[in-house]
Design a protein around this ligand. Structure first.
Ligand SMILES: [Zn+2]
Ligand SMILES: [Zn+2]
Length: 176
């Protein structure tokens, strides 16, 4: 009777141990598969794709923890999104023109920078459309606009009075 009972207990214990072992193996392999998927989302480096699952296969949960510590911080999708975002930002910066002198934002159809009075654009003498101050030909009507009009920066009158000395009377003696 007791022999039969102990035999039953032995069978139960063996079943539990077998189930635990099967679960452990499944869990172990699951970690390996998970690691492979995770590293595949983060890297296309063939060595990483081999060694990361191999590490988990050999060391199990310990290897998995080690992998979590060492894996690339961002997934490839996140890196792609980040690159896309930076590209959009750069393009926005490109779209907004700035004054070449004072770097203040200016509009595309402004002729003069309102901050530092630097000439930006001028109307074409033929078709009247605004062209860049540095161009020597109108891209709209192909008119040669040389020589480039250089708009001189003139300070307000009161500054002229303050800064420049009084005009010297021309004298006949200086010529000789
Ligand atoms: Zn300016
Ligand atoms: Zn023109």
């Amino acid at each position: 009777m007791s022999a039969h009972l102990s035999n039953q207990i032995a069978v139960i214990v063996q079943t539990v141990v077998t189930l635990l072992a099967a679960f452990t193996v499944a869990f172990w392999l699951g970690l390996v598969v998970w690691t492979f998927r995770d590293i595949y989302a983060r890297s296309r480096d063939i060595l990483a794709l081999i060694f990361a699952p191999l590490l988990v296969l050999i060391l199990g949960p310990a290897g998995w923890l080690l992998y979590l510590l060492l894996r690339p911080h961002r997934t490839l999708a996140e890196l792609y999104d980040q690159a896309l975002e930076e590209d959009v930002l750069l393009r926005q910066v490109d779209i907004q023109p700035v004054c070449p002198h004072c770097k203040q934002p200016v509009e595309k159809d402004w002729q003069v920078c309102p901050y530092c009075h630097t000439p930006l654009r001028r109307p074409c003498p033929n078709c009247g459309r605004l062209i860049d101050i540095s161009w020597d030909i109108c891209p709209y009507c192909a008119t040669d606009v040389k020589p480039a009009l250089v708009v001189r920066e003139t300070p307000p009158p009161h500054q002229i009075e303050a800064a420049s000395p009084p005009p010297v009377e021309p004298t006949a003696t200086t010529a000789e």
